[in-house]
Design a binder for this molecule. Sequence first.
Ligand SMILES: Cc1cc2nc3c(=O)[nH]c(=O)nc-3n(C[C@H](O)[C@H](O)[C@H](O)COP(=O)(O)OP(=O)(O)OC[C@H]3O[C@@H](n4cnc5c(N)ncnc54)[C@H](O)[C@@H]3O)c2cc1C
Length: 405
Amino acid sequence: MDCDTCVVGGGFAGLNTALGLAERGQQDVLLLEALQLGHGASGRNGGFVFGGFSRGEDRLLEDLGPDRARALYAGTTNAVELIRDRIDRYGIQCERTESGVLWANWFQDPEVLRRRQRLLREHFGVDWQWVPREALREQLHTTRYGDALFEPRAFHFHPLKYLQGIARAASGLGARLHERSPATGLRRDGNGWIVDTPAGQVHAARVVLACGGYLAGLRDRVDAGVLPIATYAMATEPLGDRMDEVMSTRAAIYDTRFAFDYYRPMQDSRLLWGGRVSVLDRSPDAVARLLRKDLLKVFPQLEGIRIDHAWSGLMSYARHEMPQVGRIEDGLWLAQAFGGHGVAPTAFAGELLASAIADGDERWRELSGYGLVSAMKPAGFVAAQLQYWWLQWRDAWKDWREGQR
Ligand SMILES: Cc1cc2nc3c(=O)[nH]c(=O)nc-3n(C[C@H](O)[C@H](O)[C@H](O)COP(=O)(O)OP(=O)(O)OC[C@H]3O[C@@H](n4cnc5c(N)ncnc54)[C@H](O)[C@@H]3O)c2cc1C
């Protein structure tokens, strides 16, 4: 097959790029997905749609200074609005829940919340509202947390349904999407590229690699730039009225620890619960056992609850914890390394790449300081796991100290 742009990877990064191109009138887009659209992190995630990157705002500010940091952060909050807009424009049924997101303090010391609230307000023009612990306890029926911050412009949804919606939109605008079509080779062909698949070849003027933590195996440098890191999720049985024993809010919630719990009430009254980070991809049974313990620490009233589904997914992390987005060779583009904060940033990246390819827009260069640095595998895995243990131990220690007071 021939095309102008061949996108490899059918997650949010690839599909947002394909849709962005199709929306700009570039109809000659062909996307290859090795398995099914949404097979990777994009179809498995928690469904939190919020601004920011995996690299925290404080470090973004240190790296880039106030103006550039604010502009990049705004790219992600604008992406939240773009996602909203696309849900409306394309009539995507994805259980959108407009109840905001709560960042609940696992600890009693409120300083971590105050610092972030101040930083966001002063440097990023974003107002997260203070929720005192008494008010939080009315919303979440647990004594586990201190105070919280509330992000009102954030929302949550069913990520796979949304992904299928943007796939339909892209294909309605002329993009050709091929599942069960792994790209197995990539080579130059004059000014363009040949992408091999088991059943044929794609001849493309340009190629976009968007394979996240599922590593395409097409360019060593690209795969070497990220560590695939696992995180876990599960869905309980439908809780029906028991949901009221747990929470009266419909917000999505995560906490202030390094390896935080994240959860949200689904529209069929299940609780989607996620958490933990590890270099190990575990079986569904093992995931359910681990996460059930985490859930009961927060909501002991759910003892005996049935877990209907459990799964893990791979995130792609660069050493700098920022996305790697942009042109890496003539006609070869990249969007990967969104980490655990990928729903909005992949929409931002898709726009950057689509407008670069369609209109020569150079805004992607704002991210080029966070390029393809080696993740130093396999030593990087060991270093990452040691760092996770250290940060988890530090949180556990702080928790224990507070318990002694
Ligand atoms: C359990 C979990 C919970 C998360 N929760 C949230 C959340 O609540 N909010 C948030 O913002 N982020 C969350 N994230 C992170 C977010 O899901 C990711 O950052 C984002 O989905 C990454 O998208 P992607 O397109 O880069 O990668 P992926 O979605 O992983 O897509 C990559 C695709 O490339 C395909 N592929 C690989 N190699 C080839 C090849 N050779 N040929 C063709 N196709 C290939 C794979 O099959 C895969 O479908 C979570 C992640 C996980 C795993």
